[in-house]
Ligand binder design. Structure first.
Ligand code: SF4
Length: 251
């Protein structure tokens, strides 16, 4: 039975499993819909997030909100978390030791939420989820299947803040995300319809069988009654025949 997000957050507590606990202001757990269909995974909190205790609230977060609209999504519908829950000083890259220390929390978050689609933002999240060393440029724009999840790697929104030439590509990727969501919704609706039909057919079959059994039971009971009736009648007749003949007695 997976934990709830609240239980997981309590378990993490004031985590000191790696050296980032010494430099962070706040531990940034994650935010959003705990039953989201789409989960976004970034790298680590930046300065704004470290101060505000929420992922993607700076300039990159504002740009992410604009991009979500291209996929037909809003922030309250999705869940967002990072590979690291604490900010690396000066926004340096996460170290392998830090990723290893922190990644069990992300794995547990994914289990709790159970999304259909995971969007990895940037290299570190993509490497972690797809277990690959390939660069994001060669992986973006394609849907990857890993376990039960469809994974769509996309550039980190911060990259498009500094390099605007990445924006058309990012916007294309969010439109692709919108189409992927529609496809998964249609598949889900079709599966739910098939399950409902199978349930109705099973119920109808059970009712028919129960009706036949009841009918058979009634027929058997009727036969038994008829036999009993015949036997009783025969007994009565036999009894009548055994009675002494009283006619002619002189009383
Ligand atoms: S980065 Fe993760 S493992 Fe390191 S202190 Fe923060 S929560 Fe703990």
């Amino acid at each position: 039975m997976p934990k709830s997000l609240e239980e997981l957050r309590q378990e993490i507590g004031d985590c000191r499993r790696c050296a980032l606990c010494e430099t962070r202001t706040t531990l940034v757990f994650g935010v959003g819909n705990p039953e989201a269909t789409v989960m976004f995974i970034g790298e680590a909190p930046g300065r704004q997030e470290d101060l505000g205790a929420e992922p993607f609230i700076g300039a990159a977060g504002q740009y992410l909100n604009e991009l979500l609209a291209l996929a037909g999504l809003t922030r309250p519908e999705i869940y967002i978390a990072n590979v690291l829950k604490c900010r690396p000083p000066e926004n340096r890259d996460p170290s392998p030791v830090e990723i290893e220390a922190c990644s069990p929390f992300l794995r547990e978050q994914v289990r709790c939420i159970g999304p259909q689609i995971i969007v990895t933002l940037g290299n570190f999240a993509t490497h972690f989820i797809l277990r690959t060393d390939r660069g994001i440029s060669g992986l973006r724009g394609q849907i990857h299947i890993t376990g039960a999840f469809s994974v769509l790697p996309i550039f980190h929104p911060a990259a498009a803040i500094y390099d605007r030439s990445k924006r058309p590509v990012m916007e294309d990727d969010f439109r692709l995300l919108g189409r992927l969501i529609e496809t998964r919704r249609a598949e889900y609706a079709q599966k739910a319809g098939q399950e409902q039909q199978a349930g109705q057919e099973q119920q109808a079959g059970q009712e028919q069988q129960a009706g036949q059994e009841q009918q058979a039971g009634q027929a058997k009971s009727g036969q038994a009654q008829a036999v009993a009736g015949t036997r009783a009648e025969a007994g009565a007749e036999a009894e009548a025949d055994d009675r002494p003949v009283q006619e002619g007695l002189d009383i």
